[in-house]
Ligand binder design. Structure first.
Ligand code: FAD
Length: 265
C-alpha cells in the first residue's frame, strides 16, 4: 500500500513547489501525449507559453526558462514542431545555461490525502488564478505580445489550453460550456479575476460529494470565512459575497508576495 508523507503547510499561502510541479507536469507529461504540434494546436501552445513567460511570478531560473522557450517558439520558422524538440530544449539545451525546471513532483498546498487525489488539476487552477491576478496587477508585462489591453487574454488562452491539452476531457467540455456562456462579458482585467473565481466555485459546488473529492479538502465555497472573513456578508439572513473584498483577497492570495519557496528544490 502507498505511503503518503504529509507536509505541513499553510492554506493561506501559495507554494512555489505546486506551481513549478504543475509546470513540469504540463510540459513533460501532458504535452508528451502529442507527438507533434501544428496548426491551431501549435498556436494555442505558443500563446500559452507567451502568457506564462510574461506573467509567471516564479523564481528567476524558471522565469528565464519560460522566456527562452517563448523566444525559441516565436522565432521558429516551422509550422510543425515535434514534441521531442520542445522536450530537448526544456531538458538539455537550457540546463547548459543554468535554466532549470524541477523534474520532481512535490505537491504541498496541492497534496492529497491519497496519491490519486488533487495534485495536477489543483496546481492548474492555482496557476491560472495567479496569471489572471498578475495580468490585472502588472498589465505592462503583456506589452509587445499582441495581448496588451486585452482583458480576456489569460482567460481565452486558458480556455484554449484546457480544450486542447488538458488530459481530463470531461473537465474540458464543462469548462468550455461555462466559457461559451459568459467569458465574452469580461471587460476588464479585474473582472477576469472574478470570473475565474466564480466559475471555480461553480465547479466546486458541482463536484461536492463526488468520489474525486479529498475528504481532507471538501469542496466548499472559497475563500472560507477563516481565510477571508470580510469576503462574506449576510443579506437577509443569507450568506453572500462582498465581491469588492473578494477581489482584494484574490489579488493578495495569488500575488508574488504570497508565494513561498518552502519544500522547493
Ligand atoms: P481545486 O478545486 O483543484 O482547487 C485548488 C485550490 O484552489 C484550493 O485548494 C483553494 O486553495 C483554491 N480555490 C478553491 N476554490 C477557488 C476559487 N473559487 N477561486 C480561487 N481559488 C480557489 N474535475 C471533475 O471531476 N469534473 C470536472 O468537470 C472538472 N473540471 C475542471 C476544470 C478545470 C479548468 C480544472 C483546472 C479542473 C477541473 N476538475 C474537474 C478538477 C477539479 O476541479 C479539482 O481540481 C480536483 O478535484 C482537485 O480538487 P482540489 O481539492 O485540489 O481543489
Amino acid at each position: 500500500s502507498e505511503v503518503v508523507i504529509w507536509k505541513e503547510f499553510d492554506r493561506a499561502k501559495l507554494y512555489t513547489a505546486d506551481l513549478e510541479s504543475g509546470l513540469h507536469y504540463l510540459l513533460r507529461v501532458e504535452l508528451a501525449a502529442h507527438r507533434s504540434l501544428a496548426g491551431a494546436q501549435l498556436k494555442t501552445f505558443k500563446d500559452f507559453v507567451t502568457v506564462i513567460a510574461k506573467l509567471f511570478p516564479g523564481r528567476p531560473p524558471v522565469k528565464k526558462l519560460l522566456e527562452t522557450l517563448h523566444e525559441w517558439l516565436a522565432n521558429l520558422p516551422l509550422d510543425k514542431i515535434p514534441y521531442n524538440a520542445i522536450l530537448d530544449l526544456v531538458n538539455n539545451k537550457m540546463q547548459i545555461s543554468g535554466l532549470f525546471l524541477t523534474s520532481h513532483i512535490t505537491w504541498v498546498g496541492c497534496q492529497g490525502s491519497r496519491l490519486e487525489l488533487r495534485g495536477y488539476p489543483c496546481s492548474l487552477w492555482k496557476l491560472f488564478h495567479t496569471l489572471t491576478v498578475q495580468a490585472s496587477t502588472h498589465p505592462e508585462a503583456l506589452v509587445g505580445t499582441g495581448f496588451e489591453g486585452d482583458p480576456q487574454a489569460v482567460l481565452q488562452t486558458m480556455r484554449r489550453y484546457i480544450r486542447t491539452f488538458f488530459g481530463c476531457k470531461e473537465c474540458g467540455e464543462h469548462f468550455e460550456e461555462m466559457a461559451k456562456e459568459s467569458m465574452d462579458s469580461v471587460k476588464t482585467a479585474d473582472q477576469a479575476v472574478l470570473w475565474l473565481w466564480r466559475k471555480h466555485n461553480m465547479v466546486n459546488s458541482r463536484l461536492a460529494g463526488h468520489l474525486s473529492e479529498d475528504p481532507k479538502f471538501p469542496k466548499v465555497p472559497w475563500p472560507t470565512p477563516d481565510l477571508c472573513p470580510v469576503c462574506h456578508e449576510e443579506i437577509k439572513g443569507l450568506d453572500s459575497w462582498d465581491e469588492e473584498q473578494v477581489l482584494v483577497f484574490l489579488k493578495q492570495h495569488y500575488s508574488r508576495d504570497n508565494l513561498v519557496d518552502t519544500y522547493s528544490v
